[in-house]
Design a binder for this molecule. Sequence first.
Ligand code: AMP
Length: 172
Amino acid sequence: MEDLKRAIRDVRNFPKPGIIFRDVTPVLLDPELFGQAVKQMADPYRGARITRVVAIESRGFLFGAPIALDLGAGLVPIRKPGKLPAATERVEYELEYGTDALEMHHDAVQPGDRVLIVDDVLATGGTANAAAQLVGATGGAVVGFSFLIELDFLKGRQRLQGRRIEALLHYA
Ligand code: AMP
């Protein structure tokens, strides 16, 4: 776990002044570390009968795809508006300034599906909460979330209240 944390690159003032961006790309460069991260992100949900892993654009795809294979579940991308070709569910959510939206193929999750939502970083929880709303709109059950990193001080966990949240690395 210490190796993993050491590999995360802190980029100050990106994408805006005052933000420390936690860059996960060095983890991807090291197959040993990347493999461990994927396995440990999947571990809490072994035996949870996950049928769909929903991965959030874009860095969520990098972890969601191998986790889906590991858990023997289908992979579902959630994307920014206008990127998915077939019929979609859409949800709008609040940002610090204004709103944003996410979309998921309407037929990708069915009632009865047991869903794990994956992203690289849990910050304020707005994005993850929107992903859970999309899954809910299709009748799927959100079993939990798996993140590589949780920024504890932003209290995203509170926004996802009552849901199971797993994160490998924490920043206070
Ligand atoms: P939020 O909706 O505030 O929880 O933001 C989560 C999304 O923004 C995730 O998809 C992250 O990839 C990205 N994100 C937010 N803050 C950071 C950060 N400090 N470093 C890297 N990615 C971040």
